[in-house]
Write a protein that binds this ligand. Structure first.
Ligand SMILES: *Cc1c(COP(=O)(O)O)cnc(C)c1O
Length: 395
């Protein structure tokens, strides 16, 4: 290995760069997880994460990646043979469906073209047709990380209500939480799944289930046989700040610090910052003469932008050239769109100059990889940022 000078640009849509303050908070000596000191940390971490989900109900913290929390969500409320309605927003929605099928759950997809978030009207229609209430849950991905499309969760809630359907509303907000507004209680979400390494600015390693009283009730008699993922042992012992097994102690130090930083900046400022950076990125992409994968106005993500490669050009070759020449990691296309798109992450701990640096890496990388494009996308993004007030700075 040779040393590469300067900072690596980690511009994938998770994991996102971890702020120094969070790294420092985590570099503490491990403590006894049954000690009084740990109880205080546990209570602080559990209270803090509720403010990000915007809930007063229970939030469970698992030492696992987001995939573990996906399984926990399904296993606690659904059992073999139960029917669920899912929406094909992209690769992650597809993986969640496959997981449900592995657990023996009958998962039905509303098909999508991977270019928008979920359509609440289609969900409402399907639920109205289910007059016998066979469907036990509706599962939607909030921010589809494989495509850069956002699903309107409040409208999905309204669709369930309009259909008068009692199904649980389950939401994967693994890459949405902390970057895009999410209101667990107000939107009547029953189970929300998230992870540490995206909008929460932490390393990978812990994940979350926010759970409504209704979901907890369903889980008491229902769900798949489970032990490690069971909510009840967790909820009982969490009341005093402890966990039924060894928790990821140092990740909890990081979580408390990251959430402190988020409230210092202000959640609304963070959400507006992501929107503004998403808009600047899309302006750059269009100026390059390239297509943004999300083609539904109002669904474009502030977390990441997926860019469609011109016919006959390899997105993976472009990404490897950008990495080699400019030390920038960009997200790959997943499954159906492998090698056809690349993804620019603009989530978490970034500012205007980080974004401009990243977009410069993309523009220079396109040239190095000989991808046909117009010059000047970075200039267009710069102009957008100069002219659009920065939340928390200009306003
Ligand atoms: C990252 C991600 C996952 C998977 O999380 P892991 O931590 O990799 O297990 C699932 N869904 C979405 C929307 C994601 O962004």
């Amino acid at each position: 290995m040779t040393h590469v000078s300067g900072r690596h640009f980690l511009q994938i849509p998770g994991p996102s760069p971890v702020p120094d303050r969070v790294l420092r908070a985590m570099s503490a000596q491990v403590i006894d997880h049954r000690s009084p000191e740990f109880g205080e940390l546990g209570l602080e971490a559990l209270a803090a994460i509720k403010t990000i989900f915007k809930t007063t109900q229970d939030v469970i913290i698992y030492p696992s990646s987001g995939t573990g929390a996906w399984e926990a969500a399904l296993a606690n409320v659904l059992r073999e043979g139960d029917s669920v309605l899912m929406y094909e927003t992209g690769h992650f929605a597809t993986l969640w469906k496959k997981m449900a099928e592995k657990l023996g759950i009958e998962a039905e997809f509303i098909g999508g073209d991977w270019r928008s978030g979920a359509d609440p009207d289609q969900i409402e229609q399907r639920l109205r047709a289910d007059s016998g209430h066979k469907i036990k849950a509706v599962c939607v991905v909030h921010n589809e990380t494989s495509t850069g499309s956002v699903s309107p969760i409040a409208d999905v809630r309204r669709a369930l209500d309009a259909a008068g359907h009692p199904a649980l509303l389950m939401v994967d907000t693994i890459s949405g939480l902390g970057s895009i507004d999410f209101r667990f209680d107000e939107w009547g979400v029953d189970v929300a799944v998230s992870g540490s390494q995206k909008g929460l600015m932490l390393p990978p390693g812990i994940s979350f289930n926010a759970v409504s009283a209704k979901a907890v009730e369903v889980s008491k008699a229902g769900g798949t046989r489970r032990s490690y993922w069971d909510w009840h042992d967790m909820i009982a012992i969490n009341a005093k700040g402890y966990f039924p097994y060894t928790p990821a102690t140092n990740m909890l130090y990081g979580l408390v610090e990251a959430i402190k930083m988020m409230h210092e900046e202000g959640l609304d400022t963070i959400f507006a910052r992501h929107q503004r950076h998403g808009a600047a990125t899309r302006a750059a992409v269009r100026a390059w003469g390239l297509d943004v994968l999300c083609n539904r106005q109002g669904h474009e993500s502030g977390v990441l932008t997926a860019v469609v490669m011109p016919e006959g050009h390899s997105a993976d070759h472009f990404r490897s050239e950008a990495l080699r020449h400019y030390n920038i990691s960009l997200g790959s296309g997943l499954s159906k769109v492998a090698d056809k798109i690349f993804r620019i992450g603009h989530l978490g701990d970034i500012n205007d100059l980080t974004l401009i640096g990243a977009l410069s890496g993309v523009e220079m990388g396109l040239a190095k990889a000989k991808v046909p494009h117009e010059k000047g996308g970075v200039g267009v993004a710069m102009q957008y940022l100069q002219e659009t007030p920065a939340p928390g700075i200009d306003a």
